[in-house]
Design a binder for this molecule. Sequence first.
Ligand code: 28G
Length: 629
Amino acid sequence: MTEQYSAKSIKVLEGLEAVRKRPAMYIGSTSKDGLHHLVYEIVDNAVDEAQAGECTKIEVSINKDESLTVVDDGRGIPVEKHSSGKSALEVVMTKLHAGGKFENKAYQISGGLHGVGVSCVNALSEKLVVQVKRKGKIYEQTYLRGNPKGKIKIVGNTDKNDTGTIVTFWPDKDIFSTLVFDFSVISARVRELAFLNPGVQIVVKDLRKSEVKKDVFKYDGGISEFVKWINRSKTILHSKPIYFKKEINSTILEVAIQYVDSYKENIFGFVNTINTIEGGTHISGFKTALTRAVNDYASKKAMLKNEKLSGDDVREGLTAVISIRIKDPQFEGQTKTKLGNSEVKGYVDSMVSVALSEYLEENPVVANKIVSKAVDSAKARSAAKKARDLVRRKNVIGFSGMPGKLTDCSSKKMERTEVYIVEGDSAGGTAKNARDRETQAILPLKGKILNVEKANPVKVLSSEEITNLITAIGTNVKENFDLNRLRYSKIIIMTDADVDGQHIATLLLTFFFRYVPELIENGNIFVAMSPLYRIRKSGKDNYVYSNEELEKVLAKIGKADVQRFKGLGEMDAKQLWDTTMNPKTRILKKISIDDSIRADQVFSMLMGEVVGPRRKFIEQNANIAEVDI
Ligand code: 28G
């Protein structure tokens, strides 16, 4: 008996040792993403308790010391000893995939991206404290790098009806390359969870600064409300999202759909509340069914002239959330966010076919709008393709086909070269003089480019400024995109540090995001930070990039001569080189897409039709560089 017990505990130890040895295998990485993965694992556990109908409120707090606390008001993890000699609490905390071993498996339907459980968080935390409120008592146990520091202790009394679990953890500095939690990243994920678990209130708090940040999420409308929220700054075609819920062979499917007056599709898939960024069989099943249902309806009502609507036509302007719950999800792909279960495609296809055909028959007004939009899209698509092919032909011409406005660099080694996209001819002229002519090319733009969020794609691709940009970059766009033809490894947006400059930068980023998102994903797009002030003291110049920095420097060096730069045009070539172009001293902000829902929101909000939220956003984020897109 004793031997068996100790053998078992050794095994547990081995389990968690493996997590510490190869953390990336369990949580994806040991950088920022991995760190945040810890949070999701704990929150997912609380969400499981909510899905069991036992918990209504979850609170996530980033604490002053960069520890993180999750509180739920569920039943509290059982602390009583098993026949095995261990409490459920200790098993949950120290056994890999805890929960999987228990019989009632349907209960554990959620689970993190990799479904690794709380024990992984425990293993990767310098310290973890868990408190359980159960049966009128408050229990507590502390762990150090996954090992219990002592037994479960009773640390207080509470009301019999006051139950729940509280976990606080300090991520291990020996494991992670960063220990700093990002409030907006956590908040975005928690918002998703709140939409996917209607009725559960989830609060996120950032207690690190004296001004506490707090978001409260509770959505009784579930994924219908999710779709409305995604579309909140867009012009919608029908006010009430199409919603249905179905089940085949214990695959539970929920779909919410709402069309908007725009050109792109926005499909978000979730499997057991995990965001399947890379798609998978549930998404392909949905797409197949949608295309067929709309075509069937349109031909039945004689709305088509022989031709068929393509999937792209039917999905233009579509916002959809597809949430499924299945027993044994198989996640594939680079980031393990692609659903692989082959049976799911057929299940989803037949459920969506039935539900959607029914909906279209019963709602002819909305159905007609959807079909008309798809028919328009089919027409526009063939026109846009002609325009794109035109751009491509221009490109094929090669060196002589470069826009006259481009001042190219002499090196042809893509890895070393960069192109500065500069606002206006005058700043362009200064940049030309300032640059390192071997590696830096300059492309001046005339004022503001078209807002691609609003303009028709045909117009976008025939505008001179945009054609110049595409030709200079070399990759072409959309389905003609080819990363191998990229002509510069860094594409750097350089605009004035004022509202106009920020607007131009946003227009450019919107263009990149919609037409060549691969370049953002590949890390080729940058914004150059230009200085706001020059501080001159005893003949020496110092440049600063924000008001806070100005105050800091002045506090340090005392009185000095301060010049505010109104624009890049006020600088001479040497100043521009020193502050914004010299690779040794400049500050570049790399643009990335952390969260596609959020990035899409930011762009739609900044660039779309509805003005209210845009103004508010710009007021709150005066500096585009602060926007983590
Ligand atoms: C605050 C941070 C994260 C949790 C519970 C509640 C129970 C539980 C958790 O049980 C072992 C498996 C199934 C019984 C279950 C309590 C049943 C009765 C629970 C959390 C034993 C795990 N009473 N709340 N685990 N079960 N919250 N929040 O982790 O058979 S984990």
